[in-house]
Design a protein around this ligand. Structure first.
Ligand code: WT7
Length: 650
């Protein structure tokens, strides 16, 4: 990558772990040495944190790459590990989930409660003819039954495919068809932005296209009217009437646990397949290590939706396998007011928050005064996931949410990796704002050049994984060839993650976004992430998205879409002056080559439902094209807002 863009790497701020946390940390620096000495022994030790019905014979079978088998011959039940063993150990009365509905209704669910509900759901699914190996689609709001549905599938060996509740009927039916699911579990609706939104009607539309679906199991959440057909069954008439006695059967370590479709911007979504033993080993270990989980005192909160991998690994399987107490919230962060998340932190005395940069930047935009109204002193650790976190957003998170007293773990991973791969260890790492720092113990990440050669410190290139890891995807459902082509063909014997990365002078890793998002300006590689971070480092900017637009002289030219902070005047000349100032600010921060050709001040940015900026659409705007497919946009009105703002010069 370009030598002109080294400035961000000269980030000199570095923060050691708080002394008390370091002194008492679950994982110390010794873990790196231990894993480096014998990676497979290290993972075997972590697998030993789980309860196995039959021990494994071989830690890893890599005789047929890239098809890995971990913990060969071992057998275990995931739901048993997440529920029964805690109840059997006398921890049944411990709170598993403090659930907060958007309208303010709450439920407190203990491990015994969750165990009982899961056994009932397992019995009900069995009565419906679901057996091990069948696929079950789950299309739910953020209510405890969503976790119960997943755990019940795991308990009986059915493979779940959770589809995010914001997706359309087409998206849902495509995923149901790809996996030939037999049952859909859903709800009448859920609460979002202050009103009930419907789910069942969307399921009805999808199921009309899905002959494999035999039953639709419906939780009553909102009480809204729903159409009813002979396939439909109420959860309260079936699950809640079923026996709470259920003995969990152990399944092979490589038994398929779930399929999760990656968002995919243009191509057909990929059904990422995860299996049982290796997946649970890594999510359980990383949840304990990266969040320094103290199950007796922590109140952990991951704000993701269960429809994303973050919800699978760090709401359901990681935290529950570790016996954590956690918060689960149904709604949006600004309902009924913009302080809702911090109000919840205060109410439940949360110790740990794990959220996404997009949300942190939104909070910055809303203003410092909002979190300041709440008592956040219970927090001791903060996490970030989903995209690169700009240094300024990192600093804001540290100061305004963490009171300069909480380590921030910036965790890099993917749906495909199943669990966290690159992250600080909170009791060990001296963190740098904007860097995910180093691969976790037992993970061999590297940054390589075009030829697949490791780059030296100070160099940039592509992020790869050199060795298989326990929670790696096993294939793309029904398409082994696409699995090979997508991840294992760019470089020999390495997993290609599709992200650009740099290694700084100390060897720490900085993620630069998807490689498709690197711009080529006058022969220089410039990452969109770096220009965005430079813009966000200006006090008037809340959020920025940068794209490369075709340019007759420079090949590509940098075009930036920028959301000003709430209090900034952008009318008329003030707006013009701000644009000029921002262009100069980027040139000063990163070098003249990175000066945007054009900066547009916009009220919103187009994002996918998981919060990733859809640069493809912005490129369409920057190149004056009509817009491509907007169906995965979170809010389709955003593009109208941007286009109309552009016409008035704003
Ligand atoms: C892509 C994976 C991992 C769960 C949520 C997203 C980006 C993720 C980071 C991070 C920089 C990050 C990468 C990755 N990403 N975490 N900490 N720093 N980039 O899962 O939807 O499968 O997306 O998200 O580009 O490849 P996903």
């Amino acid at each position: 990558m370009s030598e002109t863009l080294e400035n961000l790497l000269q980030e000199t701020r570095q923060f050691p772990p708080p002394d008390a946390l370091a002194a008492n940390a679950n994982v110390t620096a010794a873990a790196y040495d231990e894993a480096a000495a014998d990676r497979l022994a290290f993972w075997a030790e972590q697998a030993g944190r789980l309860s196995w019905a039959t021990p494994w014979e071989t830690v890893l079978d890599w005789s047929n790459p890239p098809f890995a088998k971990w913990f060969v011959g071992g057998r275990l039940n995931v739901a048993y590990n997440c529920l029964d063993r805690h109840v059997e150990a006398g921890r049944g009365d411990k709170v598993a989930i403090h659930w907060e509905g958007e309208p303010g209704d709450t439920r407190t669910i203990t491990y015994a409660d969750l165990h009982r509900a899961t056994c009932q759901a397992a019995n009900a699914l069995t009565d419906l003819g679901v057996t091990a190996g069948d696929r079950v689609a789950i299309y739910m709001p953020m209510i405890p039954e969503a976790a119960v549905a997943m755990l019940a599938c795991a308990r009986i060996g059915a493979t779940h495919s959770v589809v995010f509740g914001g997706f359309s009927a087409d998206a849902l039916s495509g995923r149901i068809q790809d996996a030939s699911a037999k049952v859909v579990i859903t709800a009448d609706g859920g609460y979002r932005r202050g009103k009930p939104s419907g789910l069942k009607a969307i399921v009805d539309e999808a199921v009309a296209q899905c002959p494999t679906i035999e039953h639709v199991l419906v939780v009553r959440r909102t009480g809204q009217d729903v159409a009813w057909s002979e396939k439909d069954l109420w959860w309260h008439d079936t699950v809640e009437q079923a026996s709470a006695e259920h003995t969990a059967e152990a399944f092979d370590a490589e038994h398929p646990l779930f399929i999760l479709y990656t968002s995919g911007t243009t191509a057909k979504p990929k059904g990422i397949l995860h299996t049982t033993g290796g997946y649970l080993t890594q999510v359980s270990y990383t949840h304990n290590a990266v969040f320094d989980l103290k199950p007796d005192t922590d109140v952990y909160w991951c704000t993701a939706d269960i429809g994303w991998v973050t919800g699978h690994s760090y709401i359901v399987y990681g935290p529950l396998s570790n016996g954590a107490t956690q918060i689960m919230y149904e709604g949006t962060p600004d309902t009924p007011h913009k302080g809702r998340l911090w109000e919840i932190v205060e109410k439940y005395q949360a110790t740990t928050v794990y959220t996404a940069p997009t949300l942190i930047r939104t909070m910055m935009k809303w203003g410092d005064d909002i979190p300041a109204k709440f008592d956040l002193s219970s927090l001791r650790l903060l996490g970030s996931v989903g995209e690169p976190i700009n240094p300024e957003a990192w600093m804001w998170y540290r100061e305004h949410i963490g009171r300069n007293n909480c380590p921030i773990v910036d965790t890099w991973w993917q749906t495909e990796t199943g669990g966290i791969m690159i992250s600080p260890l909170p009791g060990v790492t001296h963190t740098k704002p904007g860097s995910a720092m180093t691969a976790l113990p037992g993970i061999s990440a590297d940054v390589v050049d075009d030829q697949g050669k490791s780059v030296p410190n100070g160099g940039g290139g592509y992020l790869v994984l050199r060795e298989p890891w326990p929670s790696m995807l096993r294939t793309i459902w029904g398409d082994d060839q696409r699995f090979i082509d997508t991840y294992w063909s760019r470089f020999e014997n390495m997993y290609f993650a599709g992200d650009g990365a740099k290694r700084d002078a100390d060897g720490h890793v900085w993620l630069l976004g998807r490689v498709d998002d690197v711009m080529l300006v006058s022969g220089h590689n410039i990452s969109t992430t770096e220009v965005e971070s430079a813009l966000v480092s200006h006090p008037s900017v809340a959020e920025a998205a940068v794209v490369g637009a075709t340019d007759p002289t420079t090949g590509q030219a940098i075009v930036a879409f920028t959301i000003p902070r709430g209090n900034v005047d952008t009318e008329g000349e003030a707006g013009e002056a701000l644009i000029a100032e921002l262009r100069n600010h980027v040139a000063k921060t990163l070098g003249p080559i990175a000066k945007p050709r054009q900066i547009m001040l916009v009220p919103e940015l187009p994002k996918t439902r998981s919060g990733k900026i859809m640069r493809r659409l912005l490129r369409d705007v920057a190149e004056n094209r009509s817009l491509g497919d907007v169906t995965t946009l979170q809010d389709s009105a955003v593009m109208d807002l941007i286009s109309s703002g552009l016409k008035t010069g704003k």
